[in-house]
Design a protein around this ligand. Structure first.
Ligand SMILES: [Zn+2]
Length: 230
């Protein structure tokens, strides 16, 4: 949702050509190098994680987590939003239900990110509503995060950071309203986690289990290791 420079038709053709050349390289180089992996995935998937993140081009789940094809079931939309159950019975709700009930993923990660255009849009609601009414309607699913943050009257960058973090908390809460998620959580078959990815630093912060603070990655890893031993 940043201002995009007007592209000439020539440049658009070059971009499409780039995509096709990329596929060519994949088919003839990357694919043969990982043939066994791709063939093992040909007739089924068993991803361990549903990864909900923003559609932002700078957030690349498989790269950030260094995972392989078949590992992550990914759901992307602007603002890494999961509407509460019954609010909007649209794509995201179906993805959640399918991932939990059919694929039996063991965890769901909601990953927000720095410099998020959707969260900036939430801060400038009026302007968004005028030019992008569909986006504005979608962002209503993050409205409660805006209310929480702005009662504290933060300023500048701190406001955006707080909103990005609060939105992750809110979408985790929305996830719990989905019957498939509630049931899997009650049976101890599913874990939820909130992340914020920092584009500039290449780092992820992880929401603590009590939902209060964002931990450094080292702290989060330590916590997971302690739980694995216990
Ligand atoms: Zn974003």
């Amino acid at each position: 949702m940043n201002d995009s420079t007007h592209k000439k038709p020539d440049q658009e053709r070059a971009n499409l050509l780039q995509l096709l050349q990329g596929v060519n390289e994949f088919t003839h180089k990357a694919f043969p190098e990982n043939r066994e992996l791709f063939q093992s995935l040909a007739n089924g998937q068993a991803p361990h994680t549903l990864f909900v993140t923003c559609a932002d081009s700078r957030v690349v789940p498989e790269r950030i987590t260094q995972t392989r094809p078949g590992d992550l079931f990914v759901c992307r939309n602007i603002g890494n939003i999961v509407p509460g159950y019954g609010e909007m019975m649209v794509g995201v709700s179906a993805v959640v239900e399918y991932a939990v009930s059919a694929l039996k993923v063991r965890q769901i990660v909601v990953c927000g990110h720095s410099d998020c255009g959707a969260m900036k849009g939430l801060m400038a609601q009026q302007a968004v509503a005028e030019t992008m009414p569909t986006v504005a309607a979608w962002l209503r699913n993050a409205e409660a995060a805006r209310s929480v943050v702005f009662t504290r009257k933060p300023e500048g960058d701190a406001a955006l950071t707080a909103l990005i973090e609060e939105n992750v908390r809110l979408q985790l809460a929305h996830l719990r309203t989905h019957p498939s998620v509630a049931a899997a959580l009650a049976n101890g078959e599913l874990a939820l986690q909130g992340w914020v990815y920092n584009i500039e630093r290449g780092e992820v912060q992880v929401l603590s289990e009590n939902g209060r603070d964002f931990l450094t990655l080292d702290q989060a890893i330590e916590q997971q290791q302690a739980e694995a031993v216990a």
